[in-house]
Design a protein around this ligand. Sequence first.
Ligand SMILES: Nc1ncnc2c1ncn2[C@@H]1O[C@H](COP(=O)(O)OP(=O)(O)OP(=O)(O)O)[C@@H](O)[C@H]1O
Ligand SMILES: [Mg+2]
Length: 387
Amino acid sequence: MDSVESQLKQTVNDLMSKKEELQAVFDMAANGISILDHNGMFLYANKFFQDMMGYTMEELYTESCISLSSPEYAAASETAVQKAIKYGSIQNFRKVCITKSGEHLNASMSLSYLKSRNEIVMITSDITQDIKYQDELKKQVEIEVAKRTEQYEIMCHQSRLAAMGEMIDSIAHQWRQPLNGLGLIVQGLRHISDNNMLNKEMLEEIEEEIMEKINYMSQTIDDFSSFFRISKIKESFDVLNSIEDAIRLIDVQLKANSIDIKIILENGVPRNVVGFPNEFKQVIMNIVHNAMTAVVAKNKNNALIEIKLTFYDGRLNICILDNGGGIDEENIEKIFDPYFTTRENGSGIGLYMSKVIIEHHMQGYLTVQNHNDGTKFCIELKCQELQ
Ligand SMILES: Nc1ncnc2c1ncn2[C@@H]1O[C@H](COP(=O)(O)OP(=O)(O)OP(=O)(O)O)[C@@H](O)[C@H]1O
Ligand SMILES: [Mg+2]
């Protein structure tokens, strides 16, 4: 008998010490711990929870986890209690609580149902600071993105200005010949008229010659102005046509520098890609213009630029090769960086924009390597029709 009594005493002592232990854990916890009845009414809350919400335990007895929620979360809190009872537990339920002094507190709660007692243990963490921090981070990211977008737009603008400068150079070259021609015709007219040679046939011949030159000049302007039209909608286009269009724009300069340009097309290469044809032409122009500058600087007498189109595994490869001496190994990593240039009047945006256009706008690849006595730029694009 004695031993039963002492065993009982021992068990009660053990239980008391476990209770004390548990109480200490509850009180020292750096989270709100509370026990709720099956309606969500408070039966117990640790010191942390009381301090967090600003209520004493006596006050909490008449409150529930639903009544302490901000009104827009009341229904969700009720559902959370029911779900915890139904499924045994719910984790990381986020809501806004209102403290006794009326402050809003962002909380994350986990609820666990104690079936044998028909009670719920609720752990509450105050995540107000985390959310504030996240909001600040988000704002910071938005500011950074806006800054970068602005920077990117400035670069787009600069690159188009640089391209425009090159274009104006080209127009000047393209127009020089027909303008000289027109000048000669005008001078010839006085001679013809002084010698009374002007008849109907002669007039028609002169008219035809003048019109031909004017049409050529006007075609040049049309080519250039369509080049500067930015399209916002992706379209399916023939890359070979675009390459030819781009080359036509600087053909006179290539000829003036005695640069041979060849397009080599592998048999049966499909040529349709989806993207922005004018931007693509700008890329070809940039690369060919760079190649031209390199071969001119090298003063080559067999200056050659080759554009090879091949097709492999559903992808079209457009490689542009020159024999302008290549790029210094120490620079090759940097040539796609914005503002990297080794040229006196270069802006260093040409290749950066080309990479953005091919890789970001057209989901392709633009790579470079030194090759024989020059460089090889390769554009890889997926061959496809518009969906
Ligand atoms: N075909 C090439 N051969 C040799 N070097 C090249 C070639 N293409 C590009 N480069 C190098 O890459 C650099 C960057 O080219 P990028 O087109 O971006 O700028 P840029 O030509 O200097 O100026 P711009 O913005 O006016 O085109 C060039 O300055 C040059 O050093
Ligand atoms: Mg360039």
